[in-house]
Design a protein around this ligand. Structure first.
Ligand code: PMP
Length: 415
């Protein structure tokens, strides 16, 4: 159960927008931050701001100890075998680029194939396009059906001995679809390929166990799970990280530097060149403590119930088309829709006047929208602090949108 007073933990939710209470329905873009996370950031800068892995004075040691403790916390959160399997990055985007660059450049050769899906966020598409162009490799795409569910029979047909990697999102940021990771990973491994999962939308919203999922790489971002922006991670099995060359070169990732050559540290430090994002990586641990205090299973259950409520309430809005599956076992707290041909930007602008924050556009998933046959959609997305009252406000807001954009009656002649 989510505590009844959970919203009190989020100072931003007390704000008014256009004189109305802020209804924040854009948590898939970024989550709001609880007070303890905001305070932990201030505490870092006020009490122990120092560079990590360098100084031998007290505050530098404290910063280093907390930075490494946060790595261990992220590792435990996703059930990694050891903290060294977690490399801090700036974000999910950087995590995937790290794999495409460091792993991809030595493991992908001409004629090799990488299997993706048609529902990927651009951050799990463009890095592979760049790699494929450089290596003359081929990208193949698993289609999804009218319910927004991946067509696994097609997936099996795409796999071959040429497949080197299968990379897909755990939960779609547009359709909400939760993909069957275990089954997909088993099939990829049987074909001899490795598996990368984009966990940007799953790690914040459900229990995640990378060992149980049976994957090889898992990417996530702190800012979507009550943590600060600018911190993320790539998890990979240690042997894979150990065999990979570095991503960036620079300070702190080296053992010995000579003018003509360098030897590198072991993972994860080999992949963390330069001064990392110390404050935000440290404070990510506070966000995880906060989420675990509530419980990831409780968060998933709350969002499931809220999504069921939203689907039923929105279905009554005239002229609405809701994308994605109605099966809540395989759907997270993201509801994208189209309203009567009214442009999503117009929908979002009118909702903003009502104090309601939703996302409008292609949500960094242009091919997905093309497949749906629309250029853009409006998206409401939830988190632990979202409520049925938020959804009721959205439904009322959409009625205002329809009034504003409904065709005006023609003037009666002679009147
Ligand atoms: N993948 C998915 C499914 C996402 O929703 C997002 C964020 N919208 C990303 C990747 C990229 O995350 P970030 O912007 O934190 O790098």
């Amino acid at each position: 159960m989510i505590p009844a007073n959970v919203r009190d933990n989020f100072p931003i939710l007390k704000q008014k927008m256009n004189g109305k209470p802020l209804i924040y329905l854009d948590s898939a873009a970024t989550s709001q931050k609880p007070k303890r996370v905001i305070e932990a950031l201030v505490r870092y800068y006020q009490e122990y701001n120092a560079n990590v892995h360098r100084g031998i004075y007290r505050i530098a040691e404290e910063a280093t100890q907390r930075y490494e403790a946060s790595r261990a916390k992220v590792a435990a959160f996703i059930n990694a075998r050891r903290p060294e399997e977690v490399v801090f990055t700036r974000s999910t985007t950087e995590a995937i680029n790290l794999v495409a660059y460091a792993w991809g450049r030595v493991n992908i050769r001409e004629g090799d194939e990488i299997v993706l899906t048609e529902m990927e966020h651009h951050s799990n598409l463009v890095p592979w396009q760049l790699l494929a162009a450089e290596k003359r490799a081929k990208l193949k795409f698993i289609p999804f059906d009218s319910q927004g569910v991946l067509q696994l029979d097609e997936y099996e047909r795409l796999l071959s001995e040429r497949t080197k990697l299968v990379a897909f999102t755990h939960q779609s940021n547009v359709l909400g679809t939760i993909n069957p990771v275990n089954e997909m990973a088993r099939k990829a491994h049987a074909a001899g390929a490795l598996v990368l999962v984009d966990g940007a939308q799953s790690a914040p919203h459900m229990p995640v166990d990378v060992q149980d999922l049976g994957v090889d790489f898992f990417a996530l971002s702190a800012h979507k799970m009550c943590g600060p922006t600018g911190a993320g991670a790539i998890w990979a099995r240690y042997e894979i990280l150990d065999a990979m060359p570095p991503f960036h070169g620079g300070g702190e990732m080296i053992m010995l530097v000579q003018l003509d050559k360098t030897t590198y540290k072991d993972p994860p430090y080999k992949f963390e060149a330069g001064t990392p994002n110390i404050a935000d990586c440290i404070v990510w641990a506070d966000a995880i403590d906060y989420l675990q205090g509530i419980g990831m299973a409780a968060i998933r259950e709350h969002e499931k119930q809220l999504t069921a409520y939203t689907l039923s309430q929105l279905s009554d809005v005239p002229g609405i088309t809701i994308f994605g599956s109605r099966n809540l076992e395989h759907r997270g707290g993201v509801v994208s829709f189209e309203l009567d041909g009214i442009h999503p930007h117009d929908v979002a602008q009118v909702l903003d006047q009502e104090g309601i924050a939703v996302r409008a556009g292609h949500h960094c998933a242009q091919p997905l929208h093309r497949r749906l046959g629309v250029a853009a959609s409006t998206r409401a997305s939830f988190y632990l602090y979202s409520t049925e009252q938020d959804v009721d406000a959205l439904v009322r807001g959409l009625q205002v949108v329809r009034r504003v954009f409904s065709p005006k009656p023609a003037p009666v002649s002679g009147a």
